[in-house]
Design a protein around this ligand. Structure first.
Ligand code: UTP
Length: 297
């Protein structure tokens, strides 16, 4: 097996979700449903589809709803079975049988880098995939599989990138690149967390998928709290990008598919509609309604 073959995914779900308050007061934002499945299930399904069945969730307060969603509910299963409702029974069982899910607590939400560091013990000295629990990539568009293959063949840390409007770059981590984008891949030589528009080195934003080498844990342990007094993964990746001998450098995969930041209210609504119009059960009705609604607004 190649040294850089990845089998484990880490999904941090311990953020405070302040952009979605008060809905996220007693429930993690990753449990908000897109149509009839919580956001987190789409993310776990993506990991499993890419061959990663060992999933570690880094949870915070309110983790019960998440754990329960991936656990069995005997009473509900029995009730559906007795009614002969096999369709719904299958849907209920799907999340239970999806993956081997492990949990670790973050304690204080001290930033994404701090959340990733909590995975050190479970991951040990292997490379791993990191999927942000509120970022949904449309299953019809390829990203993670390409990133895993690139990691396996190069041994470099891989980040997912997306071109954004310059007015939006201050919301993201932004990269400094070297050379051209070839087949959707570009060398990353620097990263800046949430730069001002005037100071942004590019319009390429880091989005919520990474394939990382285990050396990132040692770097995260050294990183001082950065922006917002949080331990920033971006700062650790900056060190990896500039020390190729130590941690393997950083490559970016530019994604031009459909991506939804479900922690953002507007993007959440767009995701619901995008996924809804293609659904077999409600798609046509939703399309018809949207056409009428369009005349009203
Ligand atoms: P975000 O910055 O989107 O999460 O982090 P947040 O802080 O919950 O969001 P807002 O801005 O307050 O609405 C990206 C991902 O990292 C996780 C979040 O759960 C999300 O999946 N995260 C963030 C942690 O697990 N721990 C942290 O300390 C911070």
């Amino acid at each position: 097996m190649s040294r850089f073959k990845v089998t484990k995914a880490v999904i941090p779900v311990a953020g405070l979700g302040t952009r979605f308050l008060p809905a996220t007061k007693a429930m993690p934002k990753e449990m908000l449903p897109l149509i009839d499945k919580p956001v987190i299930q789409y993310v776990v399904e993506e990991a499993v589809a890419a061959g990663l069945e060992d999933v570690l969730m880094v949870t915070g307060r309110n983790k019960n709803a998440l754990e329960n969603h991936f656990d069995r509910v005997a009473e509900l299963e029995m009730n559906l079975e007795q009614k002969g409702d096999t369709d719904r029974l299958q849907k209920v069982m799907a999340s239970t049988e999806l993956a081997n899910i492990h949990y670790v607590r973050q304690g204080d939400p001290r930033g994404l880098g701090h959340a990733v560091l909590r995975a050190k013990h479970h991951i040990a000295d292997h490379s791993f995939a990191l999927l942000l629990g509120d970022d949904v990539m449309d299953a019809r568009d390829v990203l993670l599989t390409k990133m895993l293959a690139l990691h396996e063949s190069t041994g470099e840390n891989i980040v997912a990138l997306m071109e954004v409007d310059p007015d939006q770059i201050h919301l993201y981590g932004c990269v400094v690149t070297e050379g051209e984008v070839v087949d959707g891949v570009v060398r990353v030589t620097g990263l800046i967390e949430k730069p001002k528009k005037e100071e942004a080195p590019s319009n390429l934003a880091v989005i919520g998928r990474y394939v990382l080498r285990p050396e990132i844990f040692d770097i995260l342990e050294e990183v001082k709290p950065g922006r917002g007094n949080e331990i920033q993964l971006t700062d650790a990746l900056m060190i990896a990008a500039q020390n190729r001998d130590r941690a393997g450098g950083v490559l970016g995969v530019v994604f031009d598919g459909r991506r939804y930041d479900t922690g953002d209210k507007l993007d959440f609504i767009k995701a619901t509609l995008r996924l809804g119009v293609d659904r077999e059960d409600i798609g046509q009705d939703l399309r018809d309604w949207l056409k009428d609604f369009n005349k009203e607004i």
